[in-house]
Ligand binder design. Sequence first.
Ligand SMILES: O=CN(O)C[C@@H](CC1CCCC1)C(=O)N1NCCC[C@H]1C(=O)Nc1ccccn1
Ligand code: NI
Length: 188
Amino acid sequence: MITMKDFIAENNPILRQEAEPVSFPLDEETQELITEMREFLINSQDDEIAEKYGLRAGVGLAAPQLGVSKQIFAVYLVEYTDEGERGDTIIDQIFINPKIKSHAVQKAALRDGEGCLSVPHDVPGFVPRPRRVTLEYRDEHGEVHTVKLRDYEAIVVQHEMDHLKGILFYDHIDADQPWRQGDDLTII
Ligand SMILES: O=CN(O)C[C@@H](CC1CCCC1)C(=O)N1NCCC[C@H]1C(=O)Nc1ccccn1
Ligand code: NI
């Protein structure tokens, strides 16, 4: 199973590389990787398992974070009830060779900024991203899908897309005024 020791260090050059496209049908190794990436996200959001294995809870994971420079990321986003029970699944998906086909001009940023499982320290500041994106990707079977995402889901997917392009969230933070909220920035 994937644990935090499988994450490469923040200064590892692989995190700054452009990841390679994946060919289909997927080979055994890639299929195994994909299964493990999704499992990691599910495990990391299970309090007991996360506690037992020292996992940082994550909602998304990109292959380059594990030192694998392939255009693959996983997102596992579920709703939680007030009692912390697992609710509806919002996104449970493997994205392969993803492409942003179009995006809104309007920007959105998370109120508390972003973090990254590959960055073991806080970097404060808004991370402005297009508020809506249209994403085309292949699933693990090679099927092509196109989805429109907005707000939090759009932010998560763009954070992962950045990893495939060697970009880290703090590359987007305004160095002079990290918490500057221009009039075209929606805080969510
Ligand atoms: O590339 C992928 N990463 O670096 C994992 C990141 C991805 C998110 C960061 C901002 C948008 C996508 C991640 O998930 N986090 N960032 C570091 C610590 C918090 C954690 C997080 O937001 N956890 C979470 C959120 C909701 C439900 C469960 N867990
Ligand atoms: Ni990240």
